[in-house]
Design a protein around this ligand. Structure first.
Ligand SMILES: Nc1ncnc2c1ncn2[C@@H]1O[C@H](COP(=O)(O)OP(=O)(O)O)[C@@H](O)[C@H]1O
Ligand SMILES: [Mg+2]
Length: 512
């Protein structure tokens, strides 16, 4: 069968990142083709190229046999491509009818003179809404619709515009189970009409439930395309995470029994920007608690809001049973909560300062009594802390007055860890602690984490490397879409059930 869309050798570079690297992707008439991959894999970028919104750095797009080197958005929509974006593009002030016909008028040429016939538009809108099962009057303001209803309006617009290929970019991320079923029914209907659907998702059960083929993207490359009927969930997971799953981690985990005294309790945590919704967990004294999940699941975002580095809408943090009022990282450090951030270059190191200052800054914040780091820096004390931690962490350095940026990544990370340890923290959060660090230094980090836990510190580890979590944690929480979805004591945790939990979950109360 002749594909309706063929994307050939598509490369897209943004300054500093290759978002897509020589991708081939095609869509057959009447198929539902899933585009699967972790956050940042390049799914949205590929579809923005199909819509003409982005120009590819290299490659061509062929629609119904017509080759486009420089596809414009107008050409794309006239060729029958319609995209329902992750961030819905509807204009809140308009009515449903206006929303549907704004698209049409803007893209249809009627001999140069647009003649507006309200009666006809109203009637047509009613038909379209019936077709997508939306029980609303065409004059209803879009502002009054739920997210799923807005999606229905976008689908109705695509149909009105005789779209041949409808792209849905993570359409179910804020739908209830019932709304998801309704969406699936509409997709089946679109397919029955001979239209094609490109369905972007990272939820495997949705893909196996109603897609015909699936293409997996990882870090901007296409891992492969399969018939859904001939592929298992495990194979998809393997394609997505980029290597064979190991099942149970084969190195023996030191059987550690954490105490039953909570050290940190997080309740109803919700970020103002919505990236974390009603997250809850308890960390016990002496425990290493892991957070697993796909890239973009909201784990770092949760840690940021606990640490006061992002505004919260709701929720509370209790340390040893006492509620904390953390509004800034400064408050967190004062209270005894430290965090080693994911991107040390931007949020961890004091780039143009000496190792001495970098080691000692945490302790200085902790012991200062004013509202900030006031001018009084005790140099002798700073030096003592820096020397002690420099030795304890075995940092490879020339001189304590050396600029931190001269050190290797692993050694910079050791300095940051030394900084946390100097503060006598009660809770330490490690966010992707060993990213870009060599194996030997990794092992040193794991040993330090266990030592801290044995001393009664509560340790949190966020990591995308499952073997790392399985090797160091006592318990693992799986995060997806801003919320905990499952929890495993280490004895029951395997790579397989971590990935399953991250990709198979309901949408219960996600509706806004
Ligand atoms: N407009 C942009 N400018 C710079 N980088 C971008 C832009 N859009 C996407 N990227 C980068 O391209 C990569 C792929 O992103 P995206 O296509 O949004 O992934 P996905 O939709 O699979 O989550 C990411 O590294 C992202 O940061
Ligand atoms: Mg996307």
């Amino acid at each position: 069968m002749q594909p309706i869309v063929e994307m050939r050798g598509i490369t897209k570079r943004f300054p500093g990142v290759v978002a897509l690297d020589n991708i081939n992707f095609d869509v057959l008439p009447g198929e539902v083709h899933a585009l699967l991959g972790e956050n940042g894999a390049g799914k949205s970028t590929l579809m923005k190229i199909l819509s003409g919104a982005y120009e590819p750095t290299a490659g061509t797009v062929v629609i119904e046999g017509v080759e486009h080197d420089r596809l414009t958005t107008k050409q794309s929509s006239e060729a029958g491509i319609s995209i329902i974006y992750q961030e819905l593009s509807v204009i809140e002030q308009l009515s449903i009818m206006e929303t549907i016909f704004v698209g049409n008028l803007a893209t249809t040429k009627v001999a140069g003179i647009p003649v507006v016939d309200h009666k006809a538009m109203y009637k047509r809108t009613k038909e379209l809404l019936e077709q997508v099962g939306l029980k609303r009057d065409p004059m209803t303001s879009v502002r009054d619709l739920s997210i799923s209803e807005k999606q229905m309006v976008e689908i109705a617009r695509a149909i009105a515009f005789s779209a041949k290929v409808i792209v849905m970019d993570e359409p179910t991320s804020s739908l209830t189970d019932e709304e998801v079923n309704q969406l699936f029914a509409i997709i089946a209907q679109l397919k029955a009409e001979g239209r094609s659907v490109v369905y972007i998702s990272h939820k495997l059960k949705e893909i196996t439930a109603m897609c015909d083929r699936v293409t997996v993207l990882k870090d901007g490359t296409a891992v492969g395309t399969r018939d859904v009927a001939g592929v298992t969930v495990d194979q998809l997971v393997t394609m997505m995470v980029g290597r064979e799953l190991q099942g149970k981690y084969n190195e023996k985990h030191e059987g550690h029994v954490a105490s039953t005294t909570p050290i940190l309790e997080v309740k109803g945590m919700t970020r103002r920007d919505g990236y974390v919704k009603n997250a809850e967990f308890t960390l016990y004294e002496g425990e290493i608690l892991g957070f697993s999940g796909l890239v973009g699941s909201g784990r770092s975002e949760l840690m940021e809001v606990i640490y006061g580095a992002a505004p919260r809408r709701d929720g509370s943090v209790l340390l040893h049973g006492k509620p904390l009022s953390i509004k800034t990282p400064y408050d967190a450090v004062k209270a005894g909560i430290c965090m080693l951030t994911e991107d040390r270059r931007y949020t961890g190191i004091l780039a143009n300062f000496s190792l001495r200052r970098n080691f000692a800054i945490g302790e200085q914040i902790k012991s200062s009594s004013g509202g900030g780091l006031i001018g009084l820096i005790d140099f002798a004390r700073e030096l003592a802390i820096a020397k002690e931690q420099g030795v304890a962490m075995q940092v490879k350095m020339r001189d304590i007055e050396q600029n931190i940026t001269e050190l290797s990544g692993g050694n910079q990370q050791k300095v940051l860890l030394g900084r946390q340890l100097a503060t006598d923290a009660k809770v330490i959060i490690f966010d992707e602690p060993t990213k870009g660090i060599d194996v030997g230094t990794k092992a040193e980090f794991y040993a330090i984490m266990r030592r801290l836990a044995n001393e009664g510190v509560g340790v949190i580890v966020v990591s995308s490397e499952m073997p790392e979590l399985l090797a160091v944690c006592d318990r693992i929480i799986v995060f997806a879409e801003g919320k905990q979805r499952a929890e495993f004591p280490i004895e029951e945790a395997t790579e397989e059930n971590l990935v399953r939990a991250a990709t198979h979950y309901g949408n219960e109360e996600e509706n806004q």
